[in-house]
Design a protein around this ligand. Structure first.
Ligand code: GDP
Ligand code: MG
Ligand code: ZN
Length: 346
């Protein structure tokens, strides 16, 4: 067993209002008359066998009913807690949820909940990969979070503007920020997404600057609920998912292990990402047009007219096929099959 040492929540933490913790009408609307004595608490740290939360009174170790497991909860979740026992009575429905499907796994793994903005971090070098960025975007769209692309290491690239414009073209209205996480003040470039009560998370390959950025967002004194473990070689590694206060008022969720992802059950996210293709489909002659060979295909017409990028179409096809292949299909009444993603419960 690794020895575990908590990086203690600073006792001088800023006063925590519900709104400051990220509470909003969306959660307030879920309260029922009998909930009055329960304490709304935000899950701050999920460990294999422990759960801790933040409420207006500070940080609390939570206890779970015997049949519940910590795996049912994600960092960022809102739960209602009994005042004395600290027993989690109920989880509120999530506004957004980031999850990943593990190859051959037992179902999706929760990474973070109620994230408003997902910072997709990549660097201006060989890590920059359009098809992979599109995967992240589909995931963010599907989760209900606003994606923002952060480009790091522009200082080591010759044509940083080229990366910026390629990234901006990936989705309509997509914000792209070039920044150096090592320079003090990097966080101010992200202030628009990090205000009081806002929650952000980061995703991206190893080595692109995520930890550096989390540190500069959180500052050193404000770590909340972070847990460090010594691995076999005595190194410190952050293994638990945790919520950190951002100096300016918001929250950043660390999601170790969200580096690689398999696309599944993200049809909505793909539609949003490839809006220029999604919009053409209803104009095709056949409702189930595959946009490959059918007569009266609006997608093929746009391709011929030069208004649709053939590379985008190829990547859309690849991602859609992969999504379809990986998405579990439910067998409905009379053997009718429908994708499992419909009406997802959060
Ligand atoms: N030159 C330069 N180095 C950077 C930049 N961003 C991150 N780094 C460095 O890249 C290395 C990896 O950063 P880290 O935050 O550990 O990446 P992570 O694996 O995504 O958490 C560190 O040595 C950082 O100091 C940048 O914009 N410019
Ligand atoms: Mg890191
Ligand atoms: Zn078509």
């Amino acid at each position: 067993m690794p020895s575990v040492e908590a990086v203690t929540a600073s006792s001088s933490a800023p006063s925590l209002s519900l709104a400051g913790l990220g509470w909003s009408e969306f959660f307030g609307d879920q309260l029922e008359p009998g909930d009055a004595d329960l304490i709304p608490t935000r899950i701050a740290m999920v460990h294999r066998d422990r759960l801790s939360g933040l409420s207006q009174t500070g940080q609390t170790d939570l206890s779970l009913a015997p049949q519940a497991t910590t795996g049912d909860y994600a960092v960022g979740d809102w739960v209602l807690v009994e005042p004395h026992s600290h027993l989690v009575r109920r989880r509120l429905t999530r506004k957004t949820v980031l999850e990943r499907r593990v190859q051959g796994g037992r179902g999706p793994q929760l990474a973070a909940a109620n994230v408003d903005t997902l910072f997709i971090v990549t660097s201006c070098n060989a890590d920059f990969n359009i098809a992979r960025l599109e995967r992240y975007l589909a995931l963010a769209n599907e989760a209900g979070t606003t994606p923002v692309i952060l480009l790091t290491k522009a200082d080591t690239a010759e044509d940083a503007e080229a990366y910026q414009s390629q990234a901006a073209a990936l989705q309509r209205g997509l914000a792209v920020v070039t920044l150096n996480p090592r320079i003090s003040g990097a966080a101010s470039a992200l202030a628009a997404w990090c205000g009081a009560g806002q929650t952000v998370a980061l995703i991206g390959s190893s080595g692109v600057g995520k930890s550096t950025l989390v540190n500069s967002l959180a500052g050193s004194a404000q770590q909340t609920g972070a847990i460090r473990e010594h691995d076999a070689k005595g190194r410190h590694t952050t293994t638990a998912r945790s919520l950190h206060a951002i100096a300016g008022g918001g929250w950043v969720i660390d999601t170790p292990g969200m580096r690689t992802l398999q696309v599944s059950d993200v049809a909505y996210g793909i539609d949003m990402l490839f809006a220029e293709i999604t919009e053409l489909a209803p104009l095709c002659k056949f409702r189930d047009c595959t946009h490959v060979h059918e007569p009266g295909c609006a997608v093929q017409a746009a391709l011929k007219a030069g208004t649709l990028d053939p590379d985008r179409l190829a990547r859309w096809r690849k991602l859609s096929d992969e999504n379809q292949h990986n998405t579990p299909v439910l067998t409905g009444p009379r053997g009718a099959k429908s994708p499992a993603g419909r009406g997802k419960r959060r």
